[in-house]
Design a protein around this ligand. Structure first.
Ligand SMILES: C[S@@+](CC[C@H](N)C(=O)[O-])C[C@H]1O[C@@H](n2cnc3c(N)ncnc32)[C@H](O)[C@@H]1O
Length: 315
């Protein structure tokens, strides 16, 4: 077998390949960018890139339909040879460096106009790159960091897992020990979570302990609602808010038999009346548009508040 040096010398014995390598030593570039720098036809640049890649001088990275090239990790022999060649031609192609600077500056313009090009496709791209969790985490960071919040009917603690990192203390209440056990497993790594077993109509919470409360898809299972509203009002600090995620009023009577629902959802008027009787004002109500493909009736989100906000107690 011939010593490798001959193949290496032949790879570096061509001016275009040397120019490309000199550029790719310092920057990762696309074919299009290299074409603009060396001012040669794309077919010529692509042919030389292919040869350099086949001989191990450069690496290729695919991103979607684009390919990025840069100098690969060379072994000692190739590196020594390259350094000799590079030093010899260092001043031979000054325009390449000038045009490279322009191409790199244009890249910044590209990134500024990137969103214009992506347009409505950004949501899918963001999801592909980063998932959805980072958005939820960012929105939760809008909560006051010293908030004391309770998830009433917390089930397996999914909401607490989101809330706890964003607030001062997160309390979970549920009457089922199996649910609390599952929540304890899920939340074991969080040190500001407190799980308590209890009934919504006799909450294991001190008067005014909460800055905020949450009930998600629980109230339509509760037979006697007024005692629950009274208990939440008792546990909230003045100005505290109770977020209720439930089902908007609907007519699917079969849910009583198939899923044990006691109430066929709630209208804003029903929630307002229940709140008023307990000293809570309905300050917001929104029917959430059904998610694509969702089989259930539309959910609703209501916010009930205990009087006007007074200072920062238990926020
Ligand atoms: C449909 S699950 C919802 C769980 C959780 N909020 C969620 O959205 O994933 C209802 C939860 O409320 C609890 N629950 C129902 N009625 C309750 C009551 N009267 N007192 C305390 N917990 C109750 C159940 O044990 C169950 O964990």
């Amino acid at each position: 077998m011939e010593p490798e040096i001959y193949d290496r010398l032949s790879a570096l014995a061509e001016p275009t390949r040397v120019r490309l390598l000199a550029l790719l030593e310092g920057e990762e570039l696309t074919v299009g960018e290299l074409v603009r720098v060396v001012q040669l036809p794309q077919s010529t640049v692509s042919r030389h890139l292919k040869q350099l890649h086949a001989r191990g001088w450069i690496d290729r990275r695919a991103v979607g339909t684009a390919s990025f090239f840069r100098m690969g990790a060379l072994d000692a022999g190739a590196l020594a040879l390259w350094r000799v060649v590079r030093d010899e031609v260092a001043d031979a192609y000054p325009e390449d460096q000038q045009r490279l600077a322009t191409v790199l500056a244009l890249r910044m313009v590209d990134s500024a106009t990137f969103f214009e090009r992506v347009g409505g496709g950004w949501d899918a791209l963001r999801r592909q790159l980063f998932g959805d969790d980072c958005v939820t985490a960012a929105l939760l960071a809008l909560l006051p960091p010293d908030l004391v919040v309770a998830d009433l009917g917390c089930g397996t603690g999914e909401a607490l897992a989101w809330l706890a990192p964003a607030v001062g203390r997160a309390i979970g209440v549920d009457r089922e020990q199996a649910m609390l056990d599952a929540a304890a497993d899920r939340l074991a790594a969080l040190d500001n979570v407190d799980l308590r077993r209890g009934e919504l109509a006799a909450l294991p919470l001190a008067d005014g302990e909460l800055g905020a409360a949450l009930t998600m898809l629980v109230l339509h299972h509760v037979v006697e609602l007024p005692p629950v509203f009274a208990e939440v009002a008792r546990a909230l600090a003045p100005g505290g808010r109770w977020v209720v995620l439930d089902i908007d009023e609907h007519d699917r009577a079969e849910y009583r038999q198939t899923m044990g629902h006691v109430h066929l959802g709630f209208s804003a008027d029903t929630l307002r009346a229940l709140g008023a009787a307990a000293g809570l004002d309905l300050v917001a109500h929104r029917v959430v548009p059904p998610a694509p493909g969702a089989l259930g009736p539309p959910p609703c989100v209501a916010v009930l508040q205990k009087g006007r906000a007074q200072g920062a107690a238990n926020r």
